[in-house]
Structures are given as C-alpha cells and as structure tokens.
Design a protein around this ligand. Structure first.
Ligand SMILES: O=C(O)CCC(=O)C(=O)O
Length: 295
C-alpha cells in the first residue's frame, strides 16, 4: 500500500468501481495550480481541432461555444506540452493511489481538461469502456482496459454538476448513440440504468477520485454561477497497445518500467526535462516574446 488507500478502501474500489474522495493538493496549492492551469488553457496544445465530421455528435463538442473554434486543442493532452499539467499527473497522492490499485508500472494514455461553465451541459449515463468512440472504432486500446483519475481543479459539488456513480456495475451495458450525429458518443441504454441509488461524488478543489472503465457515471448540468474545471487522466498499462488519436501523441510512463515496449512511450521525468528546456529557450530575451511563457 502507498498513501491514502488501505486494503479496505482498495477492496471497496473493486466492489463499487470508484474510490471515495482522496486528497491530492491543499486549498492553497490548488488555488495556485488553478491559475496556472487556466493560463495553459489560453494557448493551443498539440491536439488539432477535430473536423466537423469527427466532432459531429461528440459530447465534448457541447462544451465548445456555438460557432466558436473547437476547444480540443486547448484541453486535450496538455500534459504533453505543459510541465504544469505533467507535474499534476505526477502528484504523489495520485501516483500512490494508482499504484496501490494497479501495481508499479503505469502509463498515461491521454488527459482532458473539462471546464463545465455555468449552465454547462449534463453528461448522460455512460461507461467509458467502449462508449467513448463511435461505432466501428469502439476503443483506442488493445486489450481494452484503462482507469481514470479525476482531479477537481475547482470545487465539483452537486450544484456544479459533479460526477454521480451507480456502484457495483461490472457488466458492459448496451449503448445508444447520444444523437443523430455521425460520430455520436455512445451512451448507456437508459433502460439499463436505475439512478435511484446513485452516489454523488462531491469533490473539493484539490481532491480526486479514481474510477474503472466500466463504472457507470453521469453528471448533471452546472446550475451554479461558477465554473467546474476538472482534469481527467486516463491511465493504462505497458502491455496495452494504445492507438494514438492525433499525430505527435505519445504515451508517458508515469511510474515503474515499460518492459513491453509496444508503445511510443516517454518516461515522465524525461518529458518534464524536455518541457523545461523548451521553456528556458522560449524565455530567452534574444529570442523575442515567449509563445507560451506561463505554462
Ligand atoms: O466531468 C464530467 O462531468 C464527466 C466526465 C466523464 O464522463 C469522464 O471523465 O468519463
């Protein structure tokens, strides 16, 4: 065992599919981090905007303002170009909890910032397993297995549309497309969902939960007047072949060893060093204004 999860809590995770709220950063630390993360989100990262066909029906496109440029370059896989984001993934409480549940060798497949603005949308009941890709490209992983670390950058309480779970779902449930869109996200068939006993995962800023890829989850509309920014990390194992979802994507070895070598995988410490070296160069006065000085 490392850190906050003892064997009872780890067993509870296996039964329910999600952990209780866990502490990653103090209130003061997360305030500082939140400002830095918002600065990261003002510039584009490595993921290109999806084409109209790719975005058609995706739940993520509901978070883009009508007619505005896609949010994808601002929110997707920013750990690949921002030391701030990569360091967040390496927060010791997060790595310790993940290692307690899944052992020493872990890779980060992708990450996403989800800014549910005031009035922002509900995400209807779904499982991440098989549900995050359109029909015909159901999964990005072979074999298909991953888990999610979900870190609240802002408070994520009921009024903000926090996550809700139904405990103990291990089956892969039938799905229905979220809309008529060509690339519609697959949601769980509502006839297989009984939300009567759902558990609200209320998180203070700086807390996180871990959930499995079959955990059945939902989040309501943000009824508050404040943003609910969260950072979502998808982790898997070195033996899982990851399908890169944009050119230049690579996996990051968060901890342990990659003894399998099926992925283009960079150790986290090496990537941090690369990003810091890049930031040092972009800060040199003789090179003109930094493109991305705050991140
Ligand atoms: O943040 C939310 O409200 C939904 C996130 C979600 O469904 C996920 O991370 O799988």
């Amino acid at each position: 065992m490392y850190g906050q999860l003892d064997s009872t809590a780890a067993e509870m995770y296996r039964q329910r599919g999600f952990t209780a709220p866990l502490d990653a950063l103090s209130a003061a630390e997360i305030r500082d981090v939140a400002a830095r993360v918002r600065s990261v989100m003002t510039v584009e990262g490595p993921a290109p905007p999806p084409t109209a066909a790719e975005a058609d029906g995706r739940l993520s496109s509901e978070l883009s303002k009508e007619g505005a440029r896609s949010i994808v370059p601002y929110v997707e896989c920013r750990h690949l170009d921002s030391a701030v984001m990569l360091k967040l993934c390496l927060t010791s409480a997060i790595v310790d909890a993940a290692r307690t549940l899944y052992g020493p060798d872990l890779i980060l497949w992708r990450s996403t910032l989800i800014d549910k603005f005031p009035g922002g949308p509900e995400f209807r009941w779904h499982q991440d397993f098989g549900g995050v890709y359109r029909r015909g490209s159901e999964y990005g992983l072979e074999p298909p297995t991953f888990f999610t670390v979900y870190l609240a950058i802002d408070d994520a309480k009921r009024e903000h549309g926090c996550l809700e779970f139904i405990a103990g779902v291990r089956a892969i449930l039938p799905t229905v497309p979220a809309s008529e869109g060509r690339n519609a996200t697959l949601l769980t068939d509502p006839s297989h969902v009984d939300p009567a006993n759902s558990v609200h995962m209320e998180l203070n800023a700086g807390q996180f939960t871990i959930f499995t890829d079959r955990a059945l989850h939902y989040s309501a509309r943000n009824h508050s007047s404040t943003h609910r920014l969260v950072f979502v990390m998808r982790l898997t194992f070195p033996m899982v072949k990851v399908r890169s979802h944009f050119p230049g994507h690579r996996c990051v070895l968060l901890c342990g060893d990659d003894r399998v070598g099926v992925n283009n995988c960079v150790p986290a410490e090496r990537l941090i060093a690369e990003l810091r070296a890049r930031d040092a160069v972009t800060r040199l006065p003789s090179r003109g204004a930094a493109r991305n000085p705050a991140v």
